[in-house]
Design a protein. Structure first.
Lengths: 300, 275
């Protein structure tokens, strides 16, 4: 007993204590729920057996039921659109801005930092702002597009089934753009200046310098940013209730919102858990890419 | 000649880009100051004709903004306290050693960081229901949101601890400090700035938390501001100046803190996020 106490005070016991407290907490509130989620996806869950662990085992019935939902295909299509649209927009615009802000001019880093305000705002507030900007008859985006002559009739971003997924995707691009830019800036700053100078002396033009120096040297950063983009996009939830509520007729519903609706609007917890399980597969693929591209630091 | 003007031109362009990007924020404040009829003017006015500040006290009263913000404060403080308490020590140990076990720990934490809240809420809700925790809804939200915040916090705070020279801690141990003494009086003060910035960032995130609160807290008196806002926000909203006034009161403290600490927040984030 005394040996343990003295180890906690002066030795490795101190480290073990600090790590294990956190790990126990995370195990209880993240590990266990994850296992429980797997369990529920194979069970029949209703309002009567919600209070017990041992519910009827139904095998893959929940998975079959989810796959045969009429809106399943639409929701998957929307999720793919939302994820790839968001990542493409955030990454390309973020990269352009990051390159722009690498230039030397007064206040460059301060102005760049201001962009990050979008990332600290509550998601629901961002959703409210975009819900108002995208409003059909009185939204400012339509007014701007009209005065620029890009569109001539009012676009109903939130209530037109063919546009509603664009509405949430645009809002999400705005939300994540700054974070992408910031991470890419870090990667760009790590490339030694003299490599560019040498290439310039050798007669490489700006485009050649970009494709033969910037992109290859940023490979790890780009991998990490894209993987983080996938992870964060699949985590994005707040914009949906704020802007479209997944509607009209599920035309802007994505997997994470659909899963939540199953559990907390229809109280069908088993299907909510089942959709979550399907999503987790994608999340884990992204995590493997993310960890692989950051491995050099972890192993160090 | 060219050398003098180019940076100026870039500066102007940068300000224009920032203005376009921050337009939604500007639009929120402008809309909240417009009267009911001016909101629906076509074409919209980009500066309120007759700025009217009475919407703020009115919305504060009518939408119980004070009560909701109080709950957000309780949840934000709870999550931050728990995260700092549990995360700081763990991050320190993970920064201090290099071994296969540390790799396993880091990998586990990275994996936990990626779990979407929308996935975790279903099992957490059913589990909390069985444990009776739903009777203490704000505590339940603090527990759930902390589990989400801690992995992110550890990854970034660990980067801060990596910058503290090992020699200083070893010197303190040689001088007869216990591990506790060396940690609290030498290492922690040196990492103070990083820890503080990330605690503030954790607080900001928890202050805007929505999905756990929406699912777990059913009594209005305990709901945070995000859930309060969602109560009158949706695809068919019309009370836009009320919504924008509410949003402005909710988000202005966060924006103010961000602007003041911008440099440090950006540095704290970029030091660890990619590593």
């Amino acid at each position: 007993m005394r040996r343990i106490l003295s180890s906690v005070r002066d030795g490795v016991g101190f480290d073990i204590l600090l790590v294990s407290l956190t790990m126990i907490f995370l195990f209880a509130l993240a590990g266990m729920p994850l296992v429980y989620n797997v369990m529920m996806s194979f069970q029949e869950v209703d309002m009567f057996n919600l209070g017990t662990f041992w519910r009827p085992f139904v095998g893959l019935e929940n998975y079959q039921a989810v796959l045969s939902q009429p809106e399943f295909g639409l929701v998957m299509k929307n999720t793919a659109f939302f994820v790839f649209g968001s990542i493409a927009g955030q990454f390309s615009l973020g990269f352009l801005l990051a390159i722009f802000f690498m230039a030397k001019f007064p206040f460059a880093s301060t102005i760049r930092g201001v962009f990050l305000v979008s990332w600290v705002m509550p998601g629901l507030v961002v959703g409210a702002l975009w819900g108002w900007i995208l409003a059909g008859d009185f939204g400012v985006l339509n007014a701007i597009l009209k005065s620029l002559g890009i569109i001539d009739s009012t676009l109903f971003w939130k209530s037109d089934p063919s546009l509603s997924i664009w509405a949430v995707t645009m809002a999400n691009i705005w939300l994540g753009l700054a974070f992408n830019m910031m991470l890419l800036s870090v990667g760009l700053a790590a490339i030694p200046r003299d490599v560019y100078e040498a290439a310039e002396l050798d007669g490489a033009n700006a485009f050649q310098r970009f494709t033969s120096i910037t992109v290859p040297m940023m490979r790890a950063t780009i991998g990490a940013v894209l993987a983080l983009g996938l992870i964060y996009t699949l985590q994005q939830f707040d914009l949906f209730p704020a802007i479209t509520e997944g509607g009209p007729a599920n035309s802007s519903s994505v997997a994470q919102y659909w899963a939540w609706q199953r559990s907390f609007v229809l109280f069908d917890f088993a299907k909510g858990a089942t959709i979550s399980m399907m999503m987790l597969i994608f999340v884990f693929i992204a995590s493997v890419v993310y960890v692989a591209s950051t491995r050099h630091e972890v192993r160090e | 000649m060219k050398i003098v003007t180019l940076p100026r031109l870039m500066l102007v362009l940068a300000i224009v880009l920032a203005a376009i990007y921050l337009f939604p924020l500007y639009w929120m404040y402008v809309t909240s100051l417009k009267g009911q009829s001016e909101i629906f003017a076509n074409p919209p006015t980009f500066w309120p004709r007759d700025p009217d500040f009475s919407i703020f006290p009115e919305t504060w009263e009518r939408r119980h903004v004070g009560m909701f913000l109080g709950n957000s404060l309780v949840i934000g403080t709870g999550v931050t306290a728990l995260t700092v308490l549990l995360g700081t020590g763990c991050a320190y140990v993970l920064a201090r050693y290099r071994s296969a076990w540390i790799d396993v720990g880091l990998f586990t934490i990275l994996m936990l960081q990626v779990l979407p809240a929308s996935v975790m809420i279903t099992p957490l809700y059913v589990g909390f229901n069985q444990l009776g925790l739903l009777n203490y809804p704000r505590t339940a939200v603090v527990l759930a949101a902390s589990a989400k915040a801690i992995p992110f916090y550890i990854v970034l705070v660990r980067a801060t601890f990596m910058n503290v020279p090992r020699e200083l801690e070893e010197a303190a141990l040689v001088d007869g400090n216990s591990r506790w003494g060396a940690f609290f009086f030498v290492v922690l003060p040196l990492a103070r700035n990083g820890v503080l910035v990330l605690a503030i960032l954790t607080f900001m995130q928890a202050f805007g938390e929505y999905i756990y609160s929406k699912s777990i807290i059913t009594t209005q008196a305990y709901q945070p501001a995000s859930v309060g806002l969602s109560g009158f926000l949706g695809p068919n909203s019309t009370d836009w100046n009320g919504i924008m006034a509410y949003a402005a009161m909710y988000v202005t403290p966060i924006v103010a803190i961000f602007v003041i600490l911008q440099r440090r927040i950006v540095a704290g984030l970029t030091s660890g996020a990619l590593k």
